[in-house]
Design a binder for this molecule. Structure first.
Ligand code: CA
Length: 237
């Protein structure tokens, strides 16, 4: 059962949401302020976070930024119509989607399902990751591009694997560092750029115009969502 963490200071809205999502088959936890929400996001291992932007103690944007330092959990922001810039900043900070207040419970629920669907890995976990012409065999630690073997350094291999396991997700430089070296050193984030540059030369058709490993300005990188070969398209991504 997917667990949804709701961070919302309007008690009534929070409990209405919680009840509705429970009847829809989710398990739900509610936090009423920023610091409490951040703690719940870290400790409670939610599958998805619904995050209100206007919170006491710590703004939703700060909460989002802090969550992203250590976690890839999908985040859907709740914004008021007037908070247009916050919306953009939120997406840059790594939120996955937003819903504008007032919203219908059905709308939020379908967004939650869509985001969860997007991030639950659909590829069989047999050690093979495929995206377009790139194929990674994690057990053999081998990479092919268009059927041709590509020689990657261990760091490049770890970074590519991380990106391919999270198609469409924005990963911060710190998260990438952590995955590649098992340790995130603040101040060393820029070395990620160098690895990415080299990686693109090996897996992109045109490294100066990458179609797979995309820069997300101000945040980090993501693997462009891979075309699903067996589905006839039309699926909302
Ligand atoms: Ca609020």
């Amino acid at each position: 059962m997917a667990k949804i963490l709701i961070i919302e200071d309007e008690v009534k809205l929070g409990s209405v949401l919680a009840k509705y999502l429970q009847t829809e088959g989710f398990s739900v936890e509610v936090a009423l302020d920023g610091p409490g929400g951040l703690e719940a996001a870290r400790e409670g291992k939610p599958s998805l976070v619904v995050l209100d932007l206007m919170l006491p103690g710590m703004s939703g944007l700060e909460v989002c930024r802090e969550i992203r330092r250590t976690s890839n959990v999908p985040v859907i922001m709740l914004t008021a119509r007037a908070e247009e810039t916050d919306k953009l900043v939120g997406l840059e900070l790594g939120a996955d989607d937003y819903v504008t207040k007032p919203f219908s419970l059905r709308e939020l629920t379908s967004r939650i399902r869509a985001v969860l669907r997007r991030y639950v890995p659909e590829q069989p976990r047999d050690g093979r990751l495929v995206c377009g012409d790139i194929e990674v065999d994690t057990s053999a630690r081998a990479v092919t591009v268009g059927g041709q073997g590509a020689a990657l350094t261990p760091a490049e291999f770890s970074i590519l694997t991380l990106l391919m396991e999270n198609p469409g997700r924005v990963l911060t430089r710190l998260q990438i560092l952590d995955a590649a070296f098992g340790d995130a050193f603040e101040g060393y984030e820029r070395t990620v750029d160098t690895h990415i540059l080299n990686l693109r030369k090996k897996v992109e058709r045109d490294p100066s115009n990458p179609e797979h490993i995309v820069t997300v300005y101000g945040v980090g990188y993501k693997m462009a969502p891979c075309p699903a070969p067996d589905r006839g398209g039309g699926d909302r991504a």
